[in-house]
Design a protein around this ligand. Sequence first.
Ligand code: FES
Ligand code: FES
Length: 171
Amino acid sequence: MASVSGDSIDITLIVNGAEHALRVGRRATLLQVLRHDLHLNGPKYGCGLGQCGACTVHVDGVAARACVIPAAKVQGRAITTLEGLGDRARPHPVQSAFIAAQAAQCGYCLNGMIMSAAALLAHEPRSSAQAVRDALAGNLCRCGTHLEILAAVERATRALADTARTPGEPP
Ligand code: FES
Ligand code: FES
């Protein structure tokens, strides 16, 4: 339950497995709190309107646009940012695939691409190429790197499918 005082509000968020008690602006979005209060800069500010996907995080395992989610509305939910997905020592398979495929130009869209792909593959590791395209359709890349990005996600899909395949099962 949030406690309100003037223009501020006291909230508790669970981010990347850790609980944070925070005093934030009453109208603060989840993206503002993640970036400014928790210094998690994986999620990016792009359009601020829920239209580009740069700010994508996971809320209870589902890809969500942090720029349009009031922070107070996601108390008690499991929020995961790019930082919680993996790190240099133990990257998530989608992160590894993007590195291997060098699927970036400026990189600004990559948080959203990776978080959206990771959410899809967590639910369906053997996603079809069309399912990947559908899942990423709302993530914009101003550099036009879509083909390389799709190739990276396909690489991650193959890696996850190989992990999930039982011995002797055909590819
Ligand atoms: S910054 Fe959130 S969708 Fe564009
Ligand atoms: S790599 Fe620049 S916006 Fe996608």
